[in-house]
Structures are given as structure tokens and as C-alpha cells.
Write a protein that binds this ligand. Structure first.
Ligand code: AMP
Ligand code: GLY
Length: 424
């Protein structure tokens, strides 16, 4: 089979790496890809938002299956463009991707179908929002309705901060039109868990749990980022939690989308908060998490091509997902200054140490080849160093050991990825 993956981050590297293990994959392309992905796939210089060009490429090369990794093209309707051309594609169409694309849509869906989530109000007018916030209970959470690179969520400790948040989202339009509508949500406490799943429209199969570390600094301090590291499985995702979520969240979400005429095919990522009252949905994403994919896919035993096809064909009920008992930890190596200002173009050394390894992986997030064909940094998040281990502690030790194998100027990482494991 010829397979095209759309995206350019560590998630897409992990997806390409997993596809490359399939005996069914004869040729892998990635658009636009990065310097790490180039080791397993042929990178094609077409942007993820260039839908017509992507579809034309898929036709020309007779691609058998395209896998969309990123949220922006999914929400923008890339799957619809491919389907209109009769091309096979893995991912939700535009009307289903709204599950991630609009927070007010997903909140209303959960309310309508009785799926546990935080209480909320939706506003489109700044004055009305401000009026509501005068008598609200604090802390409170304000969320831009649309996609905002994971940065559209503002947690406000008091009224003053909430007024600032309204200014940021609705008046200054820091997140553009994503902030035309705002969701004001009750603040929840508890452990966060990420649960990824495959969905074929009707059937849902749950992958291993994971936990992200979203803040830039140790001890969950500093600004929110795209994710500074992950581990899988989460010791907090117990059998009891799993049972509750299977009964109250997962299948209910898939059925709700079908009932709304928005049949979902692809990956649903459930961002869960394990609150004192039980698990609740923080958010849905319509794709693999990044860096959740790096730890979940390295633990998966299945041939991922079989699963992608089963989702497209509505035959996921025939697949049994299995994961190794080994744990995985991913530590993100970033450019110092991320998520604000950082330098790019720094030469990376030591990458060859990962060649031929079976328990240590270096997934590239932001890298490229310079004019001398050397691999250099090309983003805030640069490399996701990932390792397996017999248990979470061992995986954590291995991952941190491997972070020493690679060097680049201004290399920055959190030193406490997976530390919560020790408290479990
Ligand atoms: P989201 O993009 O919705 O996942 O939000 C980003 C992060 O904000 C989450 O991972 C949580 O840490 C935090 N967050 C979002 N909603 C809430 C909430 N209702 N209560 C507490 N924290 C929240
Ligand atoms: N790691 C969080 C996300 O991919 O949204």
C-alpha cells in the first residue's frame, strides 16, 4: 500500500514510525513532514492546509490511504475534499471534527446526552460575559470557542483576572475569530488523564491511557505549552475509572455524534479530569494527542494500518487492540524560551545514537535540514525523546538517560515528567 500522512510534528513522526512497521506499507509519504520523518517517509513540500494540492498529489501517486494527523486541516474539512475525490482517508469529516473545532458545540452535546462535564455558559457578547462574571464563583475558566493552538483556555482566580480574560479573548481577539464565542466553565480539580480511541462511526476501541504535562516549567509552573512530556499508562486510570468512562462517556459520545447526523470516524481524544465526583470530560480532540501519540503508539502491538482501514470501512468491531505491559515516557526537548520567544536553526548532534534502538525513540517535532543537509532546530518543541521500560519508573529513568544523547544550543526540558508516578 501507498500511504500519505498529513502533518509535520512529533505526533506525525510517531504515526509514520508505526506505519513503517506494517508489512502492508510499501511506501510512505508525509506532507510536509520534517527532518526526522524523512528517515521513514518521503517528505512532500505541500502544507497541511493546502487541501486541493494534497488531494491532487494523492491522486497522482495513487495513494491507497491518507491519514490526517493535525487538527486544523480536519476542522477545516480536508477529509471532505478527499472524499469528494473518491480518495480513502482516515479522520473525521468537517461536520464531525466540530467535536474539537467548537467548544460550545461539544459542551452542548455533552449536556444534551448526559455526558459528565463541568457546568458552563456560552456567550457571544463581551458585556453579557462581564455581567455574568460579576456574580460568578471563582476560580473560573474561560475558553475561546475555536482552535487556538491549545492556548485558548484561561483559568481565572478572581474577578479581575476574568475581566482581563474577556479582554484578551473577546475584545483584543488574541485568538482571532476563535474568540467570537466564549465558554465560561466551572473550575474542576483532580488528576488529568488523556484517553485516545479509534472510532469507525459506531464502534469505539480504547487505547492505553496517558498523561501530558502542559505547563512549561517543573512543578506545573509557567505558561501553557503544546505538551512538555507524557507517560503511559496513567496509574490514576484505574479499572474503576475505566468502567465508569465506558459506561458514561466513550460510547455515549460516539452514539451522540451519530444521533446528531455527525458520524465520527477517526481518533477521539478524551481529555478527562478525575474529579472528587468522578471522571468528567475536560475537552475532546478529533486526533491523536501530541505528545500522547509518542507514548501510546510505541506501546501498541497492533498493525496500525489494519486499524486505519477498519475505521474507514466501519469494521472496527473485528479488531482487538493490544498494548505491551511495558510503560513509556516521552520527554520533550524544547528551545529555551518556548512557548514565547526562542531561536531556531541550532545544529542538533547525537541523533544517530537512536538508530537501530528498539526501546528508545527520538520523535522529531520541530526540525529541518539546513542548506548543508545538517539537522537543525525548527520550532519551540524540537524532539520527543521516548523510552520503554518494565514499569513507569524504569521508563522514566531510560527516557531521561536518552535525553543526554542529543545536544543543541538552548536545549530545555522539564525534569519532572512522570514524577507524579512516584506519588501514586
Ligand atoms: P483544554 O484545552 O480544554 O484541555 O484546556 C487546557 C487545560 O486547561 C486542561 O488541560 C486543564 O489543565 C485546564 N482546564 C480546562 N478546563 C478546566 C476546568 N473546567 N477546570 C480546571 N481546569 C481546566
Ligand atoms: N497534548 C495535548 C494535545 O495534543 O492536545
Amino acid at each position: 500500500m501507498k500511504i500519505l500522512v498529513v502533518g509535520s510534528g512529533g505526533r506525525e513522526h510517531a504515526i509514520c514510525h508505526k506505519i513503517a512497521q506494517s508489512p502492508r506499507a510499501d511506501k510512505i509519504y508525509c506532507a510536509p513532514g520534517n527532518a526526522g520523518i524523512a528517515a521513514v517517509a518521503e517528505c512532500v513540500p505541500i502544507g497541511a492546509m493546502e487541501f486541493e494540492k494534497l488531494a491532487a498529489f494523492a491522486k497522482e501517486k495513487e495513494i491507497d490511504l491518507t491519514v490526517i494527523g493535525m487538527d486544523d486541516p480536519l476542522v477545516g474539512g480536508v477529509v471532505d475534499v478527499f472524499e469528494k475525490e473518491g480518495l480513502r482517508v482516515f479522520g473525521p469529516d468537517k461536520k464531525a471534527a466540530i467535536l474539537e473545532g467548537s467548544k460550545s458545540f461539544s459542551k452542548d452535546l455533552m449536556k444534551k446526552y448526559g455526558i459528565p462535564t463541568a457546568g458552563y455558559e456560552v456567550f457571544t457578547d463581551a458585556d453579557e460575559t462581564l455581567k455574568y462574571l460579576e456574580t460568578a464563583k471563582y476560580p473560573i475558566v474561560l475558553k475561546a470557542d475555536g482552535l487556538a493552538l491549545g492556548k485558548g483556555v484561561l483559568i481565572c482566580q478572581n474577578h479581575e483576572e476574568a475581566v482581563d480574560a474577556v479582554k484578551t479573548i473577546m475584545q483584543d481577539k488574541k485568538f482571532g475569530s476563535a474568540g467570537d464565542t466564549v465558554v465560561v466553565e466551572e473550575f474542576m480539580t483532580g488528576r488529568e488523564v488523556s484517553v485516545l480511541s479509534f472510532v469507525d462511526g459506531k464502534t469505539i476501541k480504547i487505547m492505553a491511557s496517558a498523561q501530558d504535562h502542559k505547563r512549561a516549567g517543573d512543578g506545573d509552573t509557567g505558561l501553557n505549552t503544546g505538551g512538555m512530556g507524557t507517560f503511559s499508562p496513567s496509574p490514576f486510570y484505574t479499572e474503576e475509572v475505566d468502567k465508569f468512562c465506558r459506561e458514561n462517556i466513550y460510547q455515549k459520545t460516539v452514539d451522540a455524534m451519530r444521533a446528531e447526523g455527525r458520524e465520527f470516524k477517526g481518533v477521539i481524544f478524551f481529555g478527562l479530569m478525575l474529579t472528587p465526583e468522578g471522571p468528567k470530560v475536560l475537552e475532546y480532540n478529533a486526533r491523536f494527542g501530541d505528545p500522547e501519540a509518542q507514548v501510546v503508539l510505541t506501546r501498541m502491538d497492533n498493525d496500525i494500518v489494519d486499524i486505519f482501514e477498519a475505521c474507514v470501512d466501519g469494521e472496527l468491531d473485528k479488531i482487538e487492540l493490544t498494548f505491551t505491559d511495558k510503560a513509556a515516557v516521552c520527554v520533550m526537548l524544547a528551545s529555551d524560551g518556548y512557548p514565547l520567544d526562542y531561536e531556531k536553526g541550532k545544529k542538533i548532534s547525537g541523533l544517530e545514537k537512536f538508530d537501530g534502538q528498539t526501546e528508545y525513540f527520538c520523535f522529531h517535532s520541530g526540525t529541518k535540514f539546513d542548506e548543508n543537509s545538517a539537522i537543525v532546530t525548527n520550532g519551540g518543541r524540537v524532539l520527543g525523546v521516548t523510552a520503554l521500560g518494565d514499569d513507569l519508573k524504569a521508563a522514566r529513568k531510560n527516557a531521561y538517560e536518552a535525553t543526554k544523547w542529543v545536544e543543541f544550543e538552548n536545549k530545555y526540558m522539564r525534569n519532572d515528567i512522570g514524577k507524579a508516578i512516584e506519588e501514586a
